[in-house]
Design a protein around this ligand. Structure first.
Ligand SMILES: [Ca+2]
Length: 428
């Protein structure tokens, strides 16, 4: 896409009167029908928007997988800040940042202390070293939001898949995780993926298949309690490919959403130092040799097994081998449909869904109409079990919901691979 269309905001976010909005909503909360949503198209013609992060005034930073980092100001003006290799029209460029397959520029998070430190954090694939890696970069946004500077790579060693492989869906750049969020504890949580490498998930030192909990310099959170011998940045390990993390508004507990392989997308309540139980190494749990020493797609769907048989053969959470692993609280009824991101709805304007989790699902399909594209509302009990799951009735066309982010105006924002950023606001 070109620079000009990028600067054409569909919606000006100017009327960000959060206080007034909440007050008006409170008065009518009793009558609110939470299944009714207003739709606003925020941006379109983007190139695979991957994530957004907001300031309180509605300023929205967003990434595009193969282009870079931009910001949309409350006036609606869009400034292109940091371009990747080959991208044009950006104030700054970083030629080591590139995209390939699922890899590219992914998560973005503004610092909770942005008002004083102007810091922003962006996760992207980089070819600065070989083998290439995924990196978490800290940057400073200038006063008028027209540029970024002072890039510091605070995490530079998340694995990246260099070469295609033989197993189904074996492209390079696979399974990078990619979500970056500040927790209520003030630490950065970074989710990573297994890069189709069977050794990564249970590895104590390779930082794929993990949720890292780190400070603003990339150092391990002092409170992390991974097993003996693990890299201290590890908060949890043994994941497959986590693209969603959100924090329960009541307890602050981190909860992940991750993709399953032919079966079992998972929502998991994390515990410090916990094992998510994914171990696709050959010769584990009764499995034999597998292509590329990676059993993550074995057996594949062509074998005629149903999803439960596949789950039994290559479980997303291998409780037989790892009885203390963190069990999922939801597995998408055994289906794999691409659970990409998670957020919590907050505020009385959401009625019964105040405090509920939402999960963006990209859908899956092979040459036909994708199946399962939706946003689910997952209501949790106080014990963090799933009470109810409701599919949002969308007031716009569906899509590959890559990102769901709760906005400072009390609305839910979602980005789709098709190039849109939508805003969903409760009410008629
Ligand atoms: Ca798991």
């Amino acid at each position: 896409m070109g620079y000009l269309s990028r600067t054409t905001a569909v919606l000006a976010l100017a009327p960000f009167m959060t206080g007034a909005f909440i007050a008006a909503s409170s008065a009518s909360a009793q009558m609110m029908n939470t299944t009714s949503l207003q739709h606003t198209l925020v941006l379109q013609d983007l190139d695979e928007p991957w994530d957004m992060s907001f300031l309180d005034d509605g300023t929205m930073f967003f990434t595009e997988k193969c282009d870079g980092l931009s910001v949309m100001l409350p006036s609606g003006q869009v400034n292109s800040l940091l371009g990747m290799s080959g991208a044009e029209g950006y104030a700054s460029s970083a030629d080591d940042l590139f995209c390939d397959g699922q890899a590219g520029m992914m998560g973005v998070a503004v610092d909770p202390d942005f008002a004083t430190n102007r810091q922003i954090y962006v996760y992207s694939t980089s070819n600065m070293v070989t083998p290439h890696t995924n990196r978490l970069m800290r940057m400073v946004v200038n006063d008028d939001f027209s540029n970024v500077s002072d890039r510091t790579d605070i995490v530079d060693d998340v694995p990246y898949k260099m070469a295609p492989s033989d197993h189904p869906f074996g492209g390079s750049g696979a399974h990078n995780g990619g979500r970056v969020r500040f927790g209520p504890d003030g630490y950065i949580y970074l989710t990573t993926g297994d890069t189709h490498n069977g050794e990564v998930p249970q590895s104590p030192t390779m930082m794929g298949s993990k949720v890292l909990r780190i400070d603003r310099d990339g150092n391990a959170a002092a409170e992390n309690t991974p097993p003996e011998g693990f890299d201290k940045r590890t908060y949890t390990y043994g994941h497959r490919n986590v693209q969603g993390i959100a924090f329960h508004p009541g307890t602050g507990t981190p909860i992940t959403a991750e993709h399953g392989p032919w079966h079992s997308d998972e929502i998991t309540v994390l515990s410090n130092g916990g094992n998510a139980g994914w171990d696709p190494r050959p010769n584990m749990a009764g499995r034999g040799d597998c292509p590329d020493n990676y059993c993550g797609y074995s057996p594949n769907q062509m074998d005629g097994m149903d999803r439960y048989a596949r789950a039994a053969f290559m479980p997303m959470t291998d409780l037989a081998t790892y009885p203390d692993a963190m069990p999922p609280i939801w597995d998408n009824n055994g289906w794999s449909q691409g659970t990409s991101s998670a957020a919590f709805l907050e505020g009385e304007q959401w009625g019964d869904w105040n405090g509920a989790m939402v999960v963006g699902i990209m859908g899956i399909g092979f040459g036909g109409t994708p199946i399962g594209q939706r946003i689910d509302v997952i209501e949790l009990t106080d014990e963090m079990t799933v009470e109810d799951v409701t599919e949002l009735t969308l007031p716009m066309e569906s899509g590959r919901f890559r990102s769901v982010v709760f906005g400072p105006d009390g609305s839910l924002y979602t980005a789709t691979d098709e190039g849109f950023i939508h805003k969903l606001t409760p009410g008629n």
